[in-house]
Design a protein around this ligand. Structure first.
Ligand SMILES: NC(=O)c1ccc[n+]([C@@H]2O[C@H](COP(=O)([O-])OP(=O)(O)OC[C@H]3O[C@@H](n4cnc5c(N)ncnc54)[C@H](OP(=O)(O)O)[C@@H]3O)[C@@H](O)[C@H]2O)c1
Length: 345
């Protein structure tokens, strides 16, 4: 077996010299390199932005959606939407482990895993599309995929349904970062707190601040307030529009005895919420932007413009043990499990 680059550059066809994610075309033949893992794919979980775009382009016609997905994978060697640039994740079983990884990975042939690296960099071959489930952006297929040596994954747990685990793993970076950033006695605000990542973050923050801390969940209406209140009675819920920084600042100060908070977590899915995240944070506090709609320019210039010396963290989807931390939340909290079963299955 030949050995490849641990980041997968040996499979990049075009343009030469880039990594697989930004590449336009990668090699998806399934001849295994010694530091790769071959996956027998069960289903693709297409990124929501990507699936919506394909669905609309195909006029919601399932056969056209299938044809578009096959066309993209045939062109690129990976499921990367050419319009949105995004991918998604896959689930499958381990078919073969490259010689150099035997003994180095905890995986064994037959394990069912979810890949936690994007489909936009994963070599993929589709032999047949079996079914498409538009409600949950899922495409069931027969096919194969390759995981590079640096690729991360989670073995699917046996004590919860596949769909429940996938829903949580999709946003696993956020609650796991909260677990690391938030300390006892601190005050924390979470913007978009009734969304998928927002609820997980709020639950984790309540755990981390302990009885003397203050977790403020910012939501946009009474319906979301009712939902979030089911996650924990200890969440101090406020209603405000995250695109209106002064409204958010006032609401957060009122919920925190007039003081700025130690940490702000942005989990909204709309643009122009940078200053609502930055303004309520005390000097030398932390703003964590999980939202993909965050503008680096707006955050950097905005913080400077209001004279805030705060640490701003880009929402890296990965942090060590993120899958374990997030799945544990679903085991611990019957309320979270119930809500996730209601909303995301
Ligand atoms: N960094 C990463 O690796 C990574 C990975 C996955 C996802 N993400 C990003 O993380 C963000 C959140 O993802 P998610 O799955 O948790 O999304 P989600 O479930 O849709 O949650 C977003 C929440 O923000 C709320 N919201 C929208 N506009 C608001 C406003 N003006 N004021 C207050 N709340 C508002 C939404 O309310 P409504 O439902 O009422 O609109 C919803 O509750 C997205 O931007 C996503 O792209 C990042």
């Amino acid at each position: 077996m030949k050995k490849g680059c641990k980041y997968g550059t040996h499979r990049v066809i075009e343009p030469v010299g880039v990594l697989p994610q930004p590449a336009l075309k990668i090699c998806n033949d399934m001849e295994l390199f010694s530091n790769e893992i071959l996956i027998d794919v069960i289903a693709l979980n297409i990124d929501s932005a990507s699936f919506t775009q394909i669905e609309e382009e195909a006029g919601h016609d399932v056969e056209k959606i299938k044809a578009k997905i096959k066309e993209i994978v045939a062109d690129r060697g990976k499921m990367q939407n050419p319009v949105t640039g995004s991918g998604g994740m896959l689930i499958g079983t381990i078919e073969k482990i490259g010689d150099d990884l035997v003994g180095k990975t905890n995986l064994k042939v037959g394990d069912k895993i979810a890949t936690l690296v994007s489909l936009s960099l994963t070599p993929l071959r589709i032999d047949e599309i079996i079914d498409i489930k538009p409600d949950i952006d899922r495409v069931e297929i027969k096919g194969k995929a390759i995981l590079f040596e640096s690729g991360i994954y989670a073995v699917l747990p046996e004590d919860m349904s596949e769909n429940l685990a996938l829903a949580a793993l999709d946003v696993a970076g956020a609650p796991a970062q909260v677990a690391k950033l938030v300390k006892p006695c601190e005050s924390v605000v979470i913007l978009g707190s009734a969304g998928k990542s927002g609820m997980l973050c709020a639950y984790e923050a309540v755990k981390r601040v302990g009885p003397t801390g203050n977790v403020i969940g910012l939501v946009r209406n009474e319906k979301e307030k009712a939902l979030l209140s089911r996650v924990s009675p200890k969440i101090n819920i406020v209603i405000a529009d995250a695109t209106k920084p002064m409204e958010v600042l006032e609401a957060v100060l009122a919920a925190n005895n007039g003081k700025e908070v130690d940490v702000a977590i942005n989990c909204v899915n709309v643009a122009n919420t940078e200053m609502s995240t930055i303004l309520p944070v005390r000097n030398l506090g932390i703003a964590y932007f999980f939202s993909m709609a965050t503008s680096f320019t707006k955050a950097a210039l905005g913080a400077e413009g209001v004279g805030k010396d705060i640490t701003m963290i880009v929402g890296n989807g990965y942090t060590i043990d993120h899958a374990a931390i997030t799945l544990e939340e679903l085991r611990e909290s019957a309320a979270l499990r119930e809500i996730f079963n209601e909303l995301y299955l």
